[in-house]
Design a protein around this ligand. Structure first.
Ligand SMILES: Nc1ncnc2c1ncn2[C@@H]1O[C@H](COP(=O)(O)OP(=O)(O)OP(=O)(O)O)[C@@H](O)[C@H]1O
Ligand SMILES: [Mg+2]
Length: 350
């Protein structure tokens, strides 16, 4: 078992700063998710932990060892790559057991662990097939199984489920989570799927442009985003933002004015009011809005309305009786509203 410590890791490719002094401490046995948009540096950070990239500055620790200058094979990690590679000339069983054979694990042990890995990922009936006889999703599962059967204390996974169809992905997500609960290996899991991040992570590190914007437990990040970027990235739909300024006892912007029991900041300060779709109710004499679209989603309806010129998404009961162009009013649950500085997008303290 091993904690991971990343201390001010910097990585520059030509003129691109892929990592700008990233620090991140991952506890022993923790499932840490790296989440962020394409190009923000997730894969680069993972590869720096694995030793496949050298950091230009900063240190990487695994357990009580500083591994910054160690080769990948000396870091005792198992990794599933984003562009996973399986060996075309080996069967599924051969692929899953590959790392174990390299380690000279005794044959019966290999067979047993290959079997377990295959069971975990639903590959038992494919053990004798070659990769060319598998779908892309099945191949990807082979790559995950191959990493899982290694007993490395650290498991690094770079978007391992991205090639699976929606249903399999849901299943594999639950399986990986269960597996992690059982073996408690320290895991760094990269994804740009925020639902996956929320459901799997003990904690999530939200990355943006080579830096970490926020680290926290999923619900902490969801409820208390540190910035407009995080609030807009986590959650489906993303957090709503209304721009306005503090006015006598309230908050007013284009086409709305919200009275507040606890006004924020000094008079005239420009702020963003951040509120989640489920913390808005339609009706009851709030701020005026006009319905744009109503989307029935089975368990609830998503109503998009405009306040001034800003579109606001509201989670409503599935039988909500509103229709496009209808004038409605919206009320925000004041205790759930988050305030951000309008210039920097940084959240104000609660
Ligand atoms: N070998 C490389 N040479 C030059 N630039 C690179 C290299 N690898 C990554 N980059 C750049 O570094 C930045 C971070 O890339 P990285 O692959 O870490 O992003 P990512 O968050 O994994 O994105 P994605 O979600 O698309 O996989 C990008 O701007 C990318 O173009
Ligand atoms: Mg990547």
């Amino acid at each position: 078992m091993a904690a991971i410590g990343i201390d001010k890791a910097t990585k520059i490719f030509g003129r691109t700063a892929a990592l700008k002094g990233v620090s991140l401490d991952i506890r022993d046995g923790e499932f840490m998710v790296l989440l962020g948009p394409s190009g923000c540096g997730k894969t680069t950070l993972l590869r720096c932990v694995a030793g496949l990239e050298q950091v230009d500055a900063g240190r990487v620790r695994i357990g009580d060892r500083d591994v910054t200058d160690l080769a990948p094979r000396d870091r005792n990690i198992a990794m599933v790559f984003q562009s996973y590679a399986v060996f075309p000339h080996m069967t599924v069983a051969g692929n899953i057991g590959f790392g174990l054979r390299m380690r000279r694990v005794p044959r019966p042990d290999i067979q047993q662990r290959v079997r377990q890995g295959a069971e975990l990922l639903g590959l038992v009936s494919f053990l004798d097939r070659y990769p060319a006889q598998l779908s892309g999703g099945q191949r990807q599962r082979v790559a995950v199984a191959r990493a899982l059967v290694m007993d490395a204390p650290v498991l690094l996974m770079d978007e391992p489920l991205s090639n699976l169809d929606a249903l399999l992905r849901l299943q594999a997500r639950a399986d990986l989570k269960r597996l992690h609960k059982e073996v408690k290996r320290t895991t760094i899991y990269v994804t740009h799927d925020q639902v996956e991040a929320m459901s799997m992570g003990d904690r999530i590190a939200v990355m943006r442009d080579g830096a970490i914007e926020q680290i926290g437990a999923p619900m902490e990040i969801y409820d208390n985003p540190a910035s407009q970027f995080v609030g807009g990235f986590i959650g489906s739909p993303p957090m709503n933002f209304l721009r306005g300024a503090v006015r006598d006892g309230g908050f007013a912007g284009d086409g709305f004015s919200v009275p507040l029991s606890r006004p924020r900041g000094e008079q005239g300060r420009e702020l963003l009011l951040g509120v989640r779709a489920e913390h808005i109710v339609i009706g009851g004499g709030g701020i005026p809005a006009k319905v744009l679209v109503v989307e029935p989603l089975g368990s609830h309806a998503l109503v998009t309305a405009v306040v001034g010129k800003t579109a606001v998404k509201v989670q409503a009961p599935v039988d909500v009786a509103v229709k496009p162009d209808q004038a409605i009013s919206l009320r925000f649950d004041e205790s759930r509203v988050r305030w951000m500085d309008a210039g920097s997008g940084t959240a104000l303290p609660n």
